[in-house]
Design a protein around this ligand. Structure first.
Ligand SMILES: [Zn+2]
Length: 235
């Protein structure tokens, strides 16, 4: 009876919020969520999370040692899958980011990716941008990862100022642009911790690098790993 009622409610809600695949738009069947089976199977997974020095490590190479680095799927602006990132970020749909974070965490947790990690810290948004957007997509991803792993989501990292859009900048300009934006609150609480820094997309790595550097400078004893949904192809 309760199950029947739940299905009835889902049907009614389905009329209000049509349950469609966020990539191709087909109607989802019961049990499917966010992606249809076809789009789930064909997601261009990077599978880099097992490599000790992968494409994400390369982009973050510098003074901060990065332990593990995972990125869910390759991200091309022309690809149908780009819609996932766009919708998670700009369409007021943080639930997409959360579900993808959950899905990715479920796929890689068996490989030990989260072993020994103590806390998840999302890349913060400056409060003005947060006000405008209403949510932080990286925090939504972190929430999804937390649901699967049980790890807490920390709010030790804050954006001291906003930065101008990174989209039209080259690597060096992005790096300069992202410098000195992030600040660690209460670094003492991160002593000896293994921190997983979460962002939506890694492009040149400038934003993630700036976050990792801020954490490393404030608390050098912390170990740092990173996780993103999208990994762009650099031209
Ligand atoms: Zn689909």
């Amino acid at each position: 009876m309760a199950g029947g009622l739940r299905l009835w409610i889902e049907d009614v809600l389905g009329v209000i919020y049509p349950n469609v695949c966020e990539v191709c738009g087909v109607s989802l069947t019961r049990g499917e969520e966010t992606l249809c089976l076809h789009c789930h199977v064909n997601l261009p997974r990077t599978n880099v999370h097992r490599d000790g020095f992968n494409v994400i490590h390369q982009r973050l190479a510098g003074k901060v040692p990065i332990e593990r680095a995972g990125g869910y799927f390759y991200y091309y602006r022309e690809s149908d899958y780009a819609a996932l990132i766009h919708r998670a970020k700009y369409n007021g749909r943080p639930v997409i980011a959360e579900r993808l974070g959950e899905r990715y965490a479920r796929e890689i947790s068996g490989d030990g990716f989260f072993d020994g990690v103590d806390v998840i810290i999302p890349v913060p948004l400056h409060r003005l941008r947060l006000l405008r957007r209403g949510y932080n997509q990286s925090e939504a991803i972190a929430r999804g990862v937390s649901k699967v792993t049980g790890l807490p989501v920390g709010n030790n990292l804050v954006a001291r100022r906003g930065h101008s859009s990174q989209t039209r900048k080259n690597s060096y300009e992005r790096w300069i642009n992202a410098q000195n934006i992030y600040e660690v609150i209460d670094p003492g609480s991160l002593q000896g911790m293994h921190i997983l820094v979460v962002d939506d997309v890694v492009t040149t790595g400038a934003t993630l690098l700036a976050c990792c550097e801020a954490i490393h400078d404030a608390q050098p004893s912390a170990r740092i790993s990173v996780l993103t949904l999208g990994v762009t192809h650099l031209r």
